[in-house]
Design a protein around this ligand. Structure first.
Ligand code: SAH
Length: 346
């Protein structure tokens, strides 16, 4: 029989499994507690008998990521590179805001969305992360830093809605009252806009914050930056966003990376304002974080200011995102890429 991945199991599922092994159901809660505190082996679970520890070891695997690299920025942001059981690496970023400690997790190894400005897209998708591997990033970042984590954002490597079932399971795990108990309103999920899956997520009526990486108000520009846009187009995406808001009552935020000479003209701002007057959303402008592998650059201050002003004048709720951790390659996927390059040149 194949061993089950214990960190991917909810306490209720664990209880059923424990009972079938002839154990008392209350043990499930104890084990889930140990897992939440970052136990790295079953023999650490000292309030369980040795016999039960051995039974667990025989029936379950315990995913423990290995710290492959860690960088701390001048602003206190910490970037972790975790090595998974099969040798693949993913990144996690710890950001310390006044409203609490936030962990930004990866949801896939690589990504198949192909955004032309994003380091995670280079090399495509390797595989989906398991729920335990997403939860492990939060648990072991908390353990390593000694900090309490109050917010989680799914904005690291990968497209969360391209790994829907595992992400949904992760959300239940991280939100569980017997575990980290992070409230859904403290969780943000960022997507490049898989319209059909936004509808699917809406059906679950989860109170998380959804952000859509829009990056352009017209299909021609968006096709260039976010190639998967060719599948649906912006009209279809915005219609899905509207349905999502209607269903969940949660306003969507739109991310917009300002790319010099590509999506940053006053015409783009006017078009974006039109889209937003329909959607009633909030726009987050981020100057592009340039990556070595691509020739695209960030918009200059003049374009950024004019763009912001145009949106404001048209009544759009807009913020310019503060960029944390610039000195440590904290833009998505950059640390993993650098590591691959270093390994290749060895
Ligand atoms: N796949 C999801 C989540 C991961 S990317 C998504 O597309 O939303 C998280 C955010 O970082 C997205 O808004 C993405 O477009 C943005 N991003 C990626 N590379 C960037 C870069 N080089 N500069 C600025 N933002 C970037």
């Amino acid at each position: 029989m194949q061993k089950q991945d214990i960190r991917s199991m909810l306490p209720e599922e664990l209880e059923t499994a424990i009972k079938s092994l002839g154990e008392k159901p209350f043990r499930a809660k104890q084990i889930f507690g140990w897992l939440t505190r970052g136990a790295e082996s079953f023999d650490e679970m000292t309030n369980l008998s040795q016999a039960l520890q051995e039974t667990l070891d025989a029936n379950f695997t315990l995913a423990v990521p290995e710290l492959a690299d860690k960088q701390t920025s001048e602003d206190g942001t910490v970037k972790y590179l975790w090595q998974l059981e099969d040798g693949n690496c993913v990144e996690t970023v710890l950001m310390r805001y006044h409203h609490g400690n936030t962990v930004c997790i990866s949801t896939q190894v690589g990504c198949r969305m192909g955004c032309t400005f994003c380091a995670s897209a280079i090399g495509g998708l390797v595989r989906n992360l398991k729920p335990s591997e997403m939860l492990g990033q939060v648990i072991f970042t908390a353990k390593d830093s000694g900090l309490t984590i109050s917010n989680v954002v799914l904005m690291g490597i990968g497209e969360p809605l391209d790994n829907f079932d595992n992400v949904l399971c992760f959300l239940k795990l991280v939100n569980h009252p017997d575990g980290l108990h992070i409230g859904m309103r403290h969780i943000t999920l960022s997507t490049c806009g898989l319209a059909e899956v936004i509808d699917k997520l809406g059906e679950h009526n989860i109170q998380l914050t959804l952000t859509v990486s829009l990056h352009a108000p017209d299909d021609e520009t968006r096709n260039r930056l976010v190639p998967m846009n060719r599948k649906w187009g912006i009209d279809v995406l915005m219609a899905a966003c509207k349905r999502y808001f209607k269903r969940t009552g949660r306003r969507i935020s739109f991310e917009y990376a300002m790319v010099d000479g590509v999506n940053d003209t006053p015409e783009h701002a006017e078009l974006l304002a039109k889209r937003m007057s329909d959607a009633g959303g909030h726009v987050n402008l981020i100057p592009l974080n340039p990556i070595a592998e691509r020739s695209l650059g960030p918009s200059g201050k003049t374009n950024l200011d004019t763009f912001t002003e145009t949106l404001r004048r048209r009544g759009v709720n807009v913020t310019v995102r503060r960029s944390l951790g610039r000195d440590i390659d904290a833009a998505c996927g950059q640390l993993r890429k650098r590591r691959e390059k270093e390994e290749k040149s060895l």
